[in-house]
Write a protein that binds this ligand. Structure first.
Ligand code: ATP
Ligand code: MG
Length: 434
């Protein structure tokens, strides 16, 4: 099919006024970024929708990209006519000729849904249904009118500056425009779940930065690269993503020495949350996001989540908490993280997995063990201090900004090459936590 234009329609943004404009502009920028490699299409926002004039570009090349724009619910593939009865009739007939060519001889149900948005146009919506529909029905005996459930519903939108016709509407990802709901820290492991949790957070309009805990040299550099590769996929949705790589070896080793093997995972998770919370403060993120799914493993029972969650005082968002593994896997395949996630590199948590991890740890006992471990608070601060930050771009942006030092506001950051590793500096945080 030969189309002139796409109409991108927003989803559930019910907010009015200034914020609505901000939300819409965020999605508009996202569309512009995704189409930066295509010089032809003209993107504009009007009447609370986004229009993409194709100028010869095959929609099959760009629609799959645009389906990923957060905040967009559907995309209509449009033919345009001047707002003039004869031209509308002629183009609608030509449009249906193309549609019917693909249908063979079978009977196809059909209706016209005209909408006169521009009131000075001399024919009302009902009239237009007949004026456009009759010549089409005469031309194609295989068409049968069905006003309730037509296979082809030819929409005709009559506006002053042009009339838009479409019958193909593809669904898009929906949610809220990127970053329109604030920022959160994603705890990103190399597994299947946390990248899906990250994507879910992005779709909900959260900007995310990632925190990954590694136990180098017990875990390999390739294991770290796997996490960066996963974050790179997320950057494809977000444009840019920072990944904070936290050295966790020392803390983890300490936990293996306290003689409570069944609590190692609980202790590790609590320290991860403490470190992630400090990084969240430092980078002005207001929540933590994890890939926890209720009951999946010992650390994800209600009892464990309670004791682990007490280690932070900022909201813990668990987008996957009620989802089945199959649903999570399906999303991970759709967003392109699954094949990376199943690569067999070890994670820090798989290194010292105890035989019988506690499914119902006792908070008092866990706190006592933590208090007993000499220097744990200092080790946590040290891990934050030694965190390295990698900035990943999705490869579409021309500029290669990267963050310089942890607590410097973004606009003051020095420019460094994309995907560079930058040492965190966070001395000023030492006093603020413990
Ligand atoms: P995933 O598939 O996301 O690894 P999982 O089913 O393996 O999840 P766990 O290993 O229990 O579950 O981890 C639960 C959550 O804790 C993860 O989804 C992630 O958010 C966080 N997490 C676990 N290990 C790490 C790590 N090494 N670095 C950062 N976050 C981690
Ligand atoms: Mg895991």
């Amino acid at each position: 099919m030969n189309y002139d234009m796409l109409i991108l329609r927003f989803g559930e943004i019910t907010i009015k006024g200034k914020n609505r404009t901000r939300f819409e502009n965020t999605a508009l920028n996202h569309v512009r970024r995704l189409l930066a490699a295509f010089p032809e299409p003209i993107v504009r926002k009007e009447y609370g929708r986004i229009y993409v004039e194709l100028h010869g570009v095959d929609p099959a090349l760009i629609v799959p990209k645009l389906q990923n724009v957060f905040g967009i619910n559907s995309i209509c593939l449009v033919k345009r006519a001047d707002t003039d009865l004869e031209q509308i009739q002629a183009i609608a007939l030509g449009f249906m000729t193309e549609v019917m060519a693909a249908q063979g001889d079978r009977t196809v149900t059909f209706k016209v849904s005209a909408r006169r948005v521009w009131k000075p146009f001399p024919h009302g919506s009902q009239d237009m249904n007949h004026l456009v529909g009759s010549p089409i029905l005469r031309a194609f005996p295989a068409l049968k009118v069905d006003v309730n459930h037509p296979e082809i519903n030819l929409h005709i939108e009559i506006r002053q500056d042009g009339t838009y016709m479409y019958h193909e509407i593809v669904t898009a990802v929906g949610g809220f425009p990127l970053g329109s709901n604030g920022k959160a820290m994603l705890l990103l492991s190399g597994g299947i779940d946390s990248p899906v949790a990250g994507w879910s957070a992005l779709r909900r309009g959260l900007e995310i930065e990632c925190v990954h805990f590694h136990s180098y040299p017990f875990t390999s550099e390739r294991a770290q690269q796997k996490v960066l590769d996963l974050a790179q996929v997320l950057a494809g949705f977000a444009g840019k993503i920072k990944v904070h790589m936290v050295p966790f070896t020392e803390i983890q080793t300490k936990f293996t020495q306290v003689g409570h093997d069944n609590l190692i995972i609980t202790l590790m998770r609590r320290s991860m949350l403490r470190i992630a919370t400090k990084l969240a403060e430092q980078h002005r993120a207001m929540a933590l996001v994890t890939g926890d799914s209720l009951g999946q493993v010992a650390s994800q029972t209600l009892g464990s989540m309670n004791v682990i969650g007490k280690a932070t005082d900022i909201p813990m968002l668990r987008p996957l908490v009620m989802m089945d593994k199959n649903e999570i896997i399906e999303i991970s395949k759709n967003i392109g993280t699954y094949d990376l996630s199943i690569l067999p590199f070890e994670d820090c948590c798989t290194l010292f997995v105890p035989k019988n991890p506690s499914t119902n740890p006792n908070l008092r006992m866990v706190e006592n063990i933590e208090a007993y471990i000499e220097g744990l608070d200092e080790m946590i601060l040290e891990a934050v201090r030694n965190t390295e930050t990698v900035v990943l771009q999705d490869g579409l942006d021309a500029d290669t900004e990267a963050e310089a030092k942890g607590s410097i506001p973004e606009h003051e950051a020095e420019n460094t090459p994309a995907n560079s590793i930058v040492k965190e500096s966070s001395k000023e945080l030492e006093d603020s936590w413990f």
